[in-house]
Design a binder for this molecule. Structure first.
Ligand code: A3D
Length: 310
C-alpha cells in the first residue's frame, strides 16, 4: 500500500516538499493549510498532479483545509508558521509560531498520533520541543530538521572554496539551529583527507561564519521570506530514511536523555533514522574546545525553550 505524507503548511517549503515527495514516489501527499490558503494548496496539488503525467509519477497530491484529511498519515512534515523577514532573528518568531504550533499539534494528536513528525518551523529547537510535549508521542517519533540543511550549506561553501565535488565532502554540523551552531572542522574530510589540512585557518573561519549565517544570507536576498529549496530537500531525506528504513545517520534535532550531557531538550546531534523513527543517537568524543562550543549553542537553545509557555 502506498504511504501517506501530510504536509502541514503549504507555503514555500510545503510546496517543494510536495513536489519532491511525488518525484521520489514516497507516497500520496496531503498539503494541509488554513482556510485562507485553500486556493493556494488546492492549486499546488492540482499543478503537481498535472506535472505527474509528464514523467509518469504514480503518487497523487491533494490540497486540504480539513484536519480529517490528515488521518492515516505515515509521515507529517510541519512548516506551518511565519518565516523570517530581513533583520529578524529566528527567536522573534517564537510567540507567533507557538500559537500556530499548538493548533498543529492538536490536529496531529487527533488525526495521526502514530505518524513520524518532522518539524521545520522556527525557532526550530523550541517548536519541535513544543510539538513533542503537546502531542505526547514517544520521543522516537518526533525530530527537527536543521542539521541536514546546515551541514549541506557547510559542504556547499567547502566545495566552492576547494573547487571540488560536493559529493566527496564529509562533514557534520551539530547543535541548535542558530548563529552558534557547531560545524565540526576536525571531523570534516574531503575524499578522506582532513579538511583542516586543505584550507588555511582564515578560510575555514570564513566558511564556519557563512554557514552559521546561512539562513540570514538567504533572508536578506529573498526579502519576503526564508530559504525553501534546501529546507525541503533536507526534510525529505529524513522522511525517506524513515519510510524506506534506510537507517541513515543524519544530524537532526532529537530529544536527548543524557547524551552529550543534556536531558529533556531537542538538540542537533547525529541520529539514525529508520522504520522506528529516531532509532539511535550517536555520541562523538569531543575535545574541550568543541564541548565548549556545543555548550554555548545549548545555552541559547535552553534559553528559548525555557521561555516556551505551553
Ligand atoms: P510560508 O511560505 O509562509 O508558509 C507557511 C505556511 O503555513 C503558510 O501557507 C500558512 O498559511 C501556513 N499556516 C499558518 N498557520 C497554519 C496552521 N495553523 N495550520 C496549517 N498551516 C498553517 O513559510 P515557509 O514555508 O517559507 O517557512 C515555514 C517555516 O519554516 C517558517 O517558520 C520558517 O522560519 C521555517 N524555516 C526553517 C528552516 C530550517 O532550517 C529549520 C529553514 C527555512 C525556513
Amino acid at each position: 500500500m502506498k504511504k501517506k505524507i501530510a504536509l502541514i503548511g503549504g507555503g514555500q517549503i510545503g510546496g517543494n516538499l510536495a513536489l519532491l515527495s511525488v518525484q521520489k514516489s514516497l507516497g500520496d501527499v496531503v498539503i494541509f493549510d488554513i482556510p485562507a490558503a485553500e486556493g493556494l494548496v488546492k492549486g499546488k496539488a492540482l499543478d503537481i498532479n498535472q506535472l505527474a503525467a509528464v514523467d509518469g509519477y504514480d503518487c497523487r497530491c491533494m490540497g486540504s483545509t480539513n484536519p480529517a484529511d490528515l488521518a492515516g498519515s505515515d509521515v507529517v512534515i510541519v512548516t506551518a508558521g511565519v518565516p523570517r523577514k530581513p533583520g529578524m532573528s529566528r527567536e522573534d518568531l517564537l510567540e507567533i509560531n507557538l500559537k500556530i504550533i499548538r493548533e498543529v499539534a492538536a490536529n496531529i494528536q487527533a488525526q495521526c498520533p502514530e505518524a513520524f513528525v518532522i518539524n521545520i518551523a522556527n525557532p526550530l529547537d523550541a517548536m519541535v520541543f513544543a510539538l513533542h510535549k503537546i502531542i505526547g508521542q514517544k520521543k522516537q517519533l518526533v525530530a527537527g530538521m536543521a542539521g541536514v540543511l546546515d551541514t549541506s550549506r557547510f559542504k556547499c561553501f567547502v566545495a566552492q572554496a576547494l573547487g571540488c565535488s560536493i559529493r566527496d565532502i564529509d562533514a557534520l554540523v551539530l547543535g541548535g539551529h542558530g548563529d552558534d551552531m557547531v560545524p565540526l572542522l576536525r571531523h570534516s574530510t574531503v575524499g578522506g583527507v582532513p579538511l583542516c589540512e586543505l584550507l588555511p585557518k582564515d578560510k575555514l573561519d570564513a566558511i564556519v561564519k557563512r554557514t552559521r549565517e546561512g539562513g540570514a544570507e538567504l533572508v536578506a536576498l529573498y526579502k519576503t521570506g526564508s530559504a525553501y529549496f534546501g529546507p525541503a530537500a533536507s526534510a525529505i531525506v529524513m522522511a525517506e530514511s524513515y519510510l524506506l528504513d534506510r537507517k541513515r545517520i543524519l544530524p537532526c534535532a532529537a530529544l536527548l536523555e543524557g547524551e552529550y550531557g543534556i536531558s529533556g531538550y531537542f538538540f542537533g546531534v547525529p541520529a539514525q533514522i529508520g522504520a522506528g523513527g529516531v532509532e539511535k543517537i550517536l555520541e562523538l568524543k569531543l575535545e574541550d574546545a568543541e564541548k565548549a562550543e556545543l555548550a554555548k549553542s545549548f545555552a541559547s537553545v535552553k534559553k528559548t525553550v525555557d521561555s516556551v509557555q505551553l
